[in-house]
Design a protein around this ligand. Structure first.
Ligand code: ITT
Length: 184
């Protein structure tokens, strides 16, 4: 089976392939721009995008909507993470966090799958915002996010390592296990 992953982000596709190859599902990247509405939760953003795409795309597909939630910033950038990354970027986040002692943050991912109806899978990872950028792997905010219990950022890990603990890894694991059962 071939399964379209609707995303502009090749890093997400690389992470997803590791879950689907073992169950014989070939994930491929399909770049279709879809509206990301302004809403309070990632679930709402993901489901709106999913239903919008369902009217325009044949066959099953999935998307992923993720965000970085920083406690000292009351959850910012959260649902605005993509916009914030493109505008002030990692350096902007580090500047906002200058002199802030509470570094706690989490990533959350909502993977939304369409097969005639909507199926949502979520994952979360807790950690902290580092004081400087570290590492060259991964993408997005990875160089400034250190998961709890580790002394390396996501950007200092391999894709496999990041997957075993990450927000997206957890959501994809749940999705791939569900798909395996439901493809039988
Ligand atoms: P899509 O086309 O799939 O929407 P995107 O990169 O815009 O790609 P999101 O809107 O889901 O994805 O992501 C929000 C922002 O959070 C974006 O700037 C990402 O780079 C960043 N982000 C998402 N997942 C991340 C991860 O695992 N590690 C680091 N940054 C991440």
């Amino acid at each position: 089976m071939r399964l379209a992953f609707i995303t502009s982000n090749p890093g997400k596709v690389e992470e997803a392939r590791k879950y689907f190859e073992p169950i014989g599902v070939e994930v491929y990247q399909l770049k279709v721009e879809y509206p990301e509405i302004q809403a309070d939760t990632l679930e709402e953003v993901a489901e709106y995008g999913l239903r919008w795409l369902a009217e325009r795309i044949d066959g099953p597909f999935f998307l992923d909507d993720s965000g970085l939630f920083i406690e000292a910033l009351k959850g910012f950038p959260g649902v605005y993470s993509a916009y914030v990354y493109k505008t002030i970027g990692i350096d902007g986040i580090l500047r906002l966090m200058e002199g802030v002692a509470d570094r706690m943050a989490h990533f959350k991912s909502v993977v939304a799958y369409w097969d005639g109806e909507a199926h949502l899978f979520t994952g979360r990872v807790d950690g902290e915002i580092t004081r400087e950028k570290r590492g060259t792997g991964g993408f997005g905010f990875d160089p400034i996010f250190m998961p709890r219990g580790f002394d390396r950022t996501f950007a200092e890990m391999t894709t496999e390592e990041k997957n075993t603990i990450s927000h997206r890894g957890r959501a994809l694991k749940a999705f791939s296990e569900w798909l395996k059962e439901n493809l039988k």
